[in-house]
Design a protein. Structure first.
Lengths: 283, 265
């Protein structure tokens, strides 16, 4: 009886997830093994492993999200270090550094188009300052094959999010270690790399992973400011399932499964690495 | 140190706020094209966009959907979160890991499977289905956030209240809820903000006649030839409600430190 009352609150959650998440995931996985002639097999997987577009999109998304997460992490650290003490105006500074948590990625991507496109605000400003001699003189920062606009959007959107986590850690962790290191004559840079970073990195593993996964799986931002030559994985998957010219649902399913697996392996690997680091330091 | 902080905060402030400048300028100007930097004033886009008749109903739909998602997510996650946060049992770490899965796996990999299953269940292309589809992502998320809140909660308070003869419901209303109030607010705000941004999921699962704000705004950029002024105005309408929500709850958010400490936010 006691067992039952402990399990009961989980019931709606379990029913919801089983029918509306696990079942759909199963549908996708099952669909990925159904080949063009209706038989079951791994033909779709063999096909997509040879597909240049799949590899290119996967690599492009991994690179974009790795860069975004790394830069966001670095900025978050700097920001959290600047915000951790109490000072006049801290509440305002905190709000300013958090407000774009509320800006949806779709809006963030559109804001970046208005700001960075060759006919956008920065281009106009550069021209009137005499820095460029026309629309063509401004670098392609959106719709570009390198994904610069995507990285800028993700960093802008996500660094406050990691920053909030880092700030939480820095404010709750005692400063004793840092102070001891300072007394022993350890300089600020070495203190940062040998004391602050090892405390912060394992503690923000989950938010780092969430940001990495969110940039990897995001559809809206690359759909708005991505390039037509190099598609991000989610845009490619969408087209593969929906677009009349590219449509091939079984292959799309196989790509969905494979790209998710790649992401899961990376996430678990990273988690294992940071957890190992934390264990070694006895944290 | 002080000067470094001032410098960092100033640069961060500019980087964070600067992208909003063209947004505000553009939405109140007309015929503002490359390479003009300073425009003339015109509020016409606001009137035209509102008169267009799609934005306001979509705003209403978004408010309704996000509010319902938030309420359901909080209601369904409250008791599981309380157990997760206050008790220890075998398989707890695994359960927490499983709850993170919907946040990790790209939505694009799941939505078309959801579309197929929802068609079978009669949940495709209608409001209950749309709500359910969103809850799949926000109930586990809310459970994890609230569980972190409950880890700081002293369950002895409840036992004391019960010992003193206070009923279950009264204990819940007067003891439990006030103790975790700011955590609930933060969780609710994050659910609301998150669901406010949902485009892909609603695009695939919801009825084509049910438009939320992102559903109306996305095509403004990707399809057709809309002026930057129209786009800028639409974005402002889109982000103002969530910005306002974040602003009025910033005090509770400031105490989100005890959420982040638990490594979840």
């Amino acid at each position: 009886m006691k067992r039952f009352t402990a399990v009961l609150p989980f019931l709606p959650l379990v029913v919801l997830m089983a029918t509306a998440y696990v079942w759909p995931v199963g549908t996708v996985v099952r669909g990925s093994f159904i080949e063009a002639d209706g038989t079951a097999g791994i033909g779709n997987y063999r096909q997509i492993l040879e597909s240049y577009y799949f590899r290119d999109a996967l690599f492009f998304s991994l690179r974009t999200s790795f860069l975004s997460t790394f830069i966001a992490m670095a900025l978050a650290l700097v920001m959290a270090l600047a915000l951790r003490d109490t000072f006049p105006g801290k509440r305002l500074a905190l709000f300013m550094s958090q407000y774009n948590l509320s800006v949806p990625r779709l809006a963030a991507a559109m804001i970046m188009v208005l700001l960075l496109s060759p006919t956008g605000f920065l281009s106009s400003a550069a021209y009137s300052l005499g820095l460029t001699d026309g629309v063509a003189g401004f670098p392609w920062l959106v719709y570009d094959a390198k994904g610069i606009g995507l990285v800028i959007t993700f960093v802008w959107k996500f660094f406050p999010y990691i920053g909030l986590s880092v700030l939480g850690i820095l404010q709750s962790a005692s400063r004793e270690l840092e102070e001891q290191a300072a007394t022993l004559g350890v300089g600020p840079w070495r203190r940062f790399f040998h004391v602050v970073l090892p405390t912060v990195i394992p503690a923000v593993t989950v938010s780092t992973i969430l940001v990495f996964a969110a940039s990897f799986g995001d559809y809206e931002a690359p759909a708005i400011l991505g390039s037509a030559q190099r598609r991000s994985i989610s845009v490619m998957l969408y087209l593969k399932y929906v677009d009349p010219d590219m449509k091939n649902p079984p292959e799309a399913f196989a790509m969905m499964v494979l790209s998710s697996l790649v992401l899961m392996v990376l996430i678990l690997g990273y988690r294992w690495l940071t957890a190992g680091g934390a264990r070694k330091r006895g944290l | 140190m002080k000067r470094a902080r001032g410098l960092i905060l100033a640069v961060a402030g500019i980087v964070l706020l600067f992208p909003l400048a063209p947004l505000l300028l553009w939405s109140f100007t007309t015929y503002w094209r490359w390479p003009v930097v300073w425009p003339n004033f015109d509020g016409g886009h606001w009137l035209r966009l509102i008169a267009d008749g799609r934005i306001l109903p979509a705003l209403g739909n978004s408010l309704l959907l996000s509010t319902l998602i938030t309420c359901f997510a909080l209601a369904l996650s409250f008791f599981p979160a309380k157990i997760l946060g206050t008790r220890n049992f075998r398989g707890k770490r695994l359960l927490e890991l499983l709850l993170l899965v919907p946040a990790f796996i790209p939505q694009i990999s799941v939505v078309f499977g959801m579309q197929q299953v929802f068609m079978k269940l009669g949940l495709y292309s209608n409001f209950p289905g749309t709500l359910t589809a969103n809850l799949v992502f926000y109930v586990p998320y809310a459970t994890l956030l609230l569980a972190a809140v409950f880890e700081d909660y002293d369950i002895a308070l409840e036992e004391q209240s019960r010992t003193l003869g206070v009923g279950r419901l009264k204990t819940m209303v007067f003891v439990t809820l006030p103790a975790v109030r700011s955590g609930i607010i933060v969780t609710g705000v994050f659910c609301f903000i998150g669901s406010w941004a949902v485009y892909l999921l609603n695009n695939v699962v919801a009825s084509p006649r049910f438009h939320t704000l992102p559903g109306v705004i996305f095509p403004l950029v990707s399809v057709g030839n809309n002026s930057y002024s129209t786009i800028a105005t639409a974005i402002i309408i889109y982000i103002l409600p969530v910005l306002f929500l974040l602003f009025i709850t910033s005090k509770a958010l400031a105490s989100a430190g005890n959420l982040t400490k638990h490594n979840i936010l």
